[in-house]
Design a protein around this ligand. Structure first.
Ligand code: ADP
Ligand code: MG
Length: 625
C-alpha cells in the first residue's frame, strides 16, 4: 500500500512542478530572456551575468559550440566557423557552413535558444519547458514557422509567437501588479531600430487590448550601416580601400567603428583607432561628424514612419507616445533627428535594449496564468497583401496582382472578391495564390493554386467568388464558388513550404545534441581565450606577444590542473589586462609603455601581485626551457 501512495504522490508532484514558461526576444543582433517573477517581468542574466546574449554561433571542427559573447569574439578570430545575422534568413532555406557542416538558420537559432534556456534554468533553479518568442511584425508565415521549429529543436515548446511591437507596447503600458496603469485609449508609434533592421509600427491600445494598426520598416537599415559608414570614412581618411582589405581586417575595423559609435552615446567626441601588423591609424569622430557622413541613413529613417501613418490614415498629432526600442535608438543623433519630425509626441526611451524582452516576459506571465496579472488581448495584422493573379490584356504572359486581403488587415480576417472569365469558351478558372506587394505576380511569392471548371460561355459571362480566410497561425483558407453552378472548391495553404517537416524534427534534434556546449564553469575561461585570440589578431608588436604569453600561461595553469583559486586569480587579472588592451587599442593617443613598468598596473592588490609574480617566474622558466 505505501508504495502506491508514494507513486500517486510522485505523479501529483510532477504535475504541480511543470516547467516554467519564459519570454524570449530572439533578436538579429542580441537575444534576451525574461520571466514573470514576484509580480513583474524580470530579465534573466546569462552565464556571464549579462542580459544581452549576442545572437552569434560559432562551431569548432570538433563540434564544440559557442554562443553569445564568445562567439562574437570568434567572428574576428575564426570567421569561417562563425555565423551571425541568421535571423534575417529564417524560413528561406539558406544554409551556413560552419566547422565543415551546414546549418539552417533554424538550427543556429535553436542553439541560441538552447543557451538562453540553460541560462534561465540555472538562474531559476527549475526546468524551463516552454517559451513565448517575439518576432518582427512583418515576419511571414515561413519565418514564423521556422521560429517555432527553432524552439522545438532547442527542446522548448513554443505555442505562442508574439509580435515585437506588441511586446514593446505591453512593456510600455506598465503592466504590473496593479494591472493597467493607464486605462485610456492610446496610439503608440513603436520605432524599433536594431542592428540590421528598422521596424516601425503603430499600435492602438485600449484597456487590455493591444492591436497593431500598421507596420512598415526598412529591412536593410540598422546600426551596422552606421558602423559601415564610419569604417568607410576611417579608410578614406587613412588612404585605405575598405573593400580591398582582407575579411579579418574588415571585421576589425567594423568592430572598432561600432565601439566608436557606442562611445558617442555618452560623449560628444571620441577617437577611433585600429592597430594592425602594418598600420596603426586613427580618426576623430564626433556626433556632428557622424551626422554629416551618414545623412543618407537619417533620411531613410523617416520613410517608414510616414508609410505607417499613411496606411493607418493617421497624422503625427494622433500619436500619444513614441516608444524608442532597439540598441540604435540609444544614439543621441537618432533621437535628435526624430524630434524634428515628432515634436509634439512624448518620446519614451526608457530601456531601448530591454523593452521587447520585458514585454514578452509579461506575456509569459499571462500564459502561466499568474493571478497577479490580467489577461491581455493581442491582435495581429497581416503584414503583407494576399491576392491572386489576373489576366493582363497588355502583356498576356505577365499576369498582375489582384489583392484580396490587403496588408495591415486585422487578423483573423476573411475577404471576398469576384472574378470573371477572361476569354471566350474558357472552361477552367485557376486561382493562383500570391503574397506580396508587387504589380506583377511573378515578383511576389507563390503560395499555391486551385482550379474550378465553369460552363463554356463568352468571356466575362461566368463568374466565381473567391474567399480568403487568414488567421494568426498563418493558415490561409481559399474558398472558390462558381456562381452559376454552385460548385465549390477549397484549398488550405500552410505556407511553411521550406521549413522543417514534423517527421524531420527528431533527426535535427539528434544532430544538434551532438554539439557540445562547454560546461558552465568553463565559460569564463573560454570567454577569455576567445577575447585574447581576438586581441591577438588585432594588436601588434610587444602587446601582441604579451597577450600570446598570457594566454599560454592560462593554458599552462589549466593543464597543470592547478588549484582553481590560482586559476581564478589569474583569470581576474587577465580580464583586466584585456579590458585595458581594448581601451588602449581604441585610443591611439595613449602610448603603450610596456618597458616603463606597466602604467596601468599601479593599483594592484597583493593577490594580484602574487599572481603576477608566479607568471613572471613561469615566463622566465618557459623561455629557458
Ligand atoms: P536587434 O534587435 O537587431 O537584435 P539590438 O536592438 O540589440 O538589435 O541593437 C543592436 C544595435 O544597437 C547594434 O548595431 C549596436 O551597435 C547598436 N547599439 C547598442 N548600443 C549602442 C549605443 N550605446 N550607441 C549606439 N548604438 C548602439
Ligand atoms: Mg530587436
Amino acid at each position: 500500500m505505501p508504495s502506491v501512495a508514494c507513486c500517486t504522490m510522485k505523479v501529483w508532484k510532477e504535475v504541480e512542478h511543470m516547467g516554467r514558461i519564459i519570454g524570449i526576444d530572439l533578436g538579429t543582433t542580441n537575444s534576451l530572456a525574461a520571466v514573470w517573477q514576484d509580480g513583474e517581468s524580470r530579465l534573466i542574466p546569462n552565464s556571464l551575468g549579462e542580459y544581452l546574449t549576442p545572437s552569434v554561433v560559432s562551431i569548432d571542427e570538433d563540434g564544440t559550440v559557442y554562443v553569445g559573447k564568445i562567439a562574437k569574439e570568434r567572428l574576428i578570430s575564426h570567421p569561417e566557423q562563425t555565423a551571425s545575422v541568421f535571423k534575417r534568413f529564417m524560413g528561406t532555406g539558406k544554409t551556413y557552413k560552419l566547422g565543415g557542416k551546414s546549418y539552417r538558420p533554424e538550427e543556429l537559432s535553436a542553439l541560441v535558444l538552447r543557451k538562453l534556456k540553460e541560462d534561465a534554468e540555472r538562474y531559476l533553479g527549475e526546468p524551463v519547458e516552454e517559451a513565448v518568442i517575439s518576432v518582427p511584425a512583418y515576419f511571414n508565415d515561413m519565418a514564423r514557422k521556422a521560429t517555432k521549429d527553432a524552439g522545438a529543436l532547442s527542446g522548448l515548446r513554443v505555442e505562442r509567437i508574439i509580435n515585437e511591437p506588441s511586446a514593446a507596447a505591453l512593456a510600455c503600458r506598465g503592466f504590473g501588479k496593479s494591472g493597467w496603469q493607464e486605462e485610456n485609449d492610446e496610439t503608440l508609434l513603436v520605432f524599433d531600430f536594431g542592428g540590421g533592421t528598422l521596424d516601425v509600427s503603430l499600435v492602438d491600445c485600449f484597456e487590455n487590448v493591444i492591436e497593431i494598426a500598421a507596420v512598415s520598416g526598412d529591412n536593410h537599415l540598422g546600426g551596422s550601416d552606421f558602423d559601415a559608414v564610419i569604417a568607410e570614412q576611417f579608410c578614406r581618411e587613412n588612404q585605405l580601400e575598405f573593400r580591398q582589405l582582407d575579411l579579418k581586417r574588415q571585421e576589425i575595423i567594423l568592430a572598432s567603428a561600432a565601439r566608436a559609435k557606442c562611445a558617442l552615446t555618452k560623449e560628444e567626441y571620441t577617437v577611433m583607432s585600429v592597430a594592425d601588423e602594418d598600420f596603426w591609424e586613427k580618426m576623430e569622430l564626433s556626433n556632428r561628424k557622424l551626422i554629416q557622413i551618414s545623412m543618407h541613413l537619417f533620411h531613410k529613417m523617416i520613410v517608414p514612419v510616414k508609410s505607417v501613418l499613411n496606411d493607418a490614415r493617421k497624422k503625427m498629432l494622433d500619436i500619444s507616445k513614441v516608444v524608442l526600442v532597439g540598441g540604435s535608438c540609444k544614439m543621441p543623433t537618432v533621437q535628435q533627428y526624430l524630434r524634428r519630425f515628432l515634436p509634439d509626441s512624448q518620446m519614451t526611451a526608457m530601456n531601448p535594449d530591454y523593452m521587447v524582452a520585458l514585454g514578452v516576459g509579461i506575456y509569459s506571465g499571462i500564459k502561466e496564468r499568474n493571478e497577479d496579472i490580467k489577461d491581455v488581448l493581442l491582435t495581429d495584422i497581416c503584414p503583407f497583401t494576399l491576392g491572386t493573379g489576373i489576366y493582363n490584356e497588355a502583356d498576356k504572359a505577365r499576369p498582375t496582382m489582384a489583392a484580396i486581403i490587403d496588408r495591415n488587415s486585422v487578423l483573423p480576417c476573411s475577404k471576398v472578391r469576384k472574378f470573371r472569365t477572361a476569354t471566350d469558351f474558357q472552361n477552367v478558372i485557376c486561382v493562383d495564390v500570391y503574397q506580396g506587394e508587387e504589380y506583377y505576380v511573378a515578383d511576389n511569392i507563390y503560395l499555391g493554386e486551385l482550379s474550378v471548371s465553369v460552363p463554356i460561355a463568352l468571356k466575362g459571362q461566368e463568374a466565381i467568388t473567391v474567399r480568403y480566410t487568414y488567421d494568426i497561425n498563418g493558415i490561409l483558407i481559399v474558398d472558390v464558388k462558381v456562381d452559376s453552378t454552385g460548385e465549390e472548391a477549397r484549398q488550405i495553404i500552410m505556407t511553411g513550404m521550406d521549413t522543417i517537416a514534423p517527421e524531420e524534427v527528431d533527426a535535427y534534434v539528434k544532430e544538434l545534441e551532438k554539439l557540445k556546449t562547454p560546461p558552465a564553469g568553463q565559460e569564463e575561461t573560454k570567454m577569455l581565450f576567445a577575447w585574447g585570440e581576438r586581441l591577438f589578431a588585432q594588436s601588434t608588436g610587444e602587446l601582441r606577444e604579451e597577450i600570446g604569453r598570457r594566454l599560454q600561461y592560462l593554458h599552462y595553469l589549466l593543464n597543470q590542473e592547478e588549484n582553481s583559486i590560482r586559476i581564478k586569480k589569474w583569470e581576474k587579472g587577465l580580464r583586466e589586462f584585456f579590458e585595458n588592451a581594448d581601451r588602449y587599442l581604441d585610443m591611439a593617443e595613449l602610448s603603450w609603455e610596456m618597458d616603463q613598468g606597466d602604467s596601468w598596473y599601479q593599483e594592484r592588490t597583493q593577490e594580484e601581485e602574487d599572481s603576477e609574480e608566479d607568471y613572471v617566474r613561469w615566463y622566465d622558466g618557459h623561455l629557458t626551457s
